[in-house]
Design a protein around this ligand. Structure first.
Ligand SMILES: [Zn+2]
Length: 317
């Protein structure tokens, strides 16, 4: 039997997506459920099992040799558990074991969602061809992942590259993570909108107070909206420059809803990077928008599973 496919799961606070994916990253079969995020852990797991049930019912299932999971974090790949902030019913939930049981004992690879998106961008997107890259998602939160020496670097627990919780403002506002002045506390979509509102920006007649609405206002020159994006760009630049200085990345890829703001974000970001990324070995660093669309999480989870040796037990799980 040919075993050229993998199953992929992308688990977030709003949806649980699954797919069978081939070695070129093509999605051949899809399944999806809404995440019952406010329910107990077993109810959330049942939604995962329904997604897997649709995949295992496919005539192509027999060709799958492994399962890759990209999950909202924190995850602990060394223990095979997940504790997504926005799924309170899952704390140290043994997701790897449960997925393995639901798939007849296939090897399972677990990574955080930021790491999964990084795997996708490195395989097929904006980080392709780069041996040292930081990929970020800037939306409701700020996540990320690293490619070092040409390989995905998930770290021991699958969370490496979580740039959203690097502090860039020592005495800054408290962050829900417990620290202060984190990149996420300044640059996430809700924080861009909050800061604009606090400084006098008012939404249009539709009452839309999202970061996208602030971006639209910035595009037509609203100074408060522009300033809120400039502050977010400054925080992102400081975090990216710190990362580049530590591990010598040559590209930072930015996706997510805030990344879609285009030049409203990228112009001040490039300018701020020139203020913070000053040493000779980081001056060539570039920032670029992500290229992978909404399937990035699935494609990245598939990439992690495809990296497992066919028919072998994965290391550390
Ligand atoms: Zn934080």
């Amino acid at each position: 039997m040919q075993t050229d496919l993998v199953a992929a799961l992308d688990i977030g606070g709003t949806k649980i997506a699954g797919a069978l994916v081939d070695g070129h990253g093509r999605i051949l079969v899809r399944a999806q459920r809404a995440t019952p995020a406010r329910e107990d852990g077993d109810t959330v797991m049942r939604a995962v099992e329904e997604v897997l049930g649709e995949l295992t019912a496919s005539p192509l299932w027999g060709r799958a040799h492994a399962v890759g999971i990209g999950s909202a974090g924190p995850v602990d790949a060394s223990e095979g558990t997940v504790s997504p902030v926005n799924v309170p019913g899952w704390r140290d939930f043994p997701l790897v074991g449960r997925v393995r049981a639901a798939t007849g004992g296939l090897p399972v690879e677990l990574i955080g969602d930021g790491v999964a998106i990084t795997a996708a961008e490195h395989w097929q997107g904006a980080a392709r061809g780069h041996d040292n890259a930081l990929c970020m998602v800037v939306s409701t939160g700020v996540g990320g992942g690293l490619v070092l020496n040409g390989r995905l670097h998930p770290g021991p627990t699958g969370n490496a590259g979580h740039i959203g919780h690097i502090s860039v403002d020592l005495d800054g506002d408290p962050c829900p993570c417990g620290a202060r002045g984190c990149v996420e506390r300044i640059a996430s979509g809700p924080n861009i909108a909050r800061r604009a509102l606090e400084n006098g920006w008012r939404p249009g007649p539709d009452g839309d107070t999202s970061a996208a609405a602030v971006a639209a206002a910035a595009r037509v020159g609203d100074p408060v909206a522009v300033a809120s994006f400039e502050r977010a760009a400054q925080a992102l630049a400081a975090g990216i420059a710190a990362t580049a200085t530590l591990v010598e990345i040559d590209v930072a890829v930015i996706g997510g809803g805030v990344g879609k703001a285009g030049d409203i974000l990228f112009a001040p970001l490039r300018k701020a990077l020139s203020d913070y990324a000053t040493l000779s070995f980081v001056q060539r660093l570039t920032v670029t928008p992500a290229l992978m669309g909404t399937d990035a999480g699935l494609v990245g989870a598939a990439a992690a599973a495809l990296a497992l040796p066919t028919g072998a037990e994965p290391a550390g799980v």
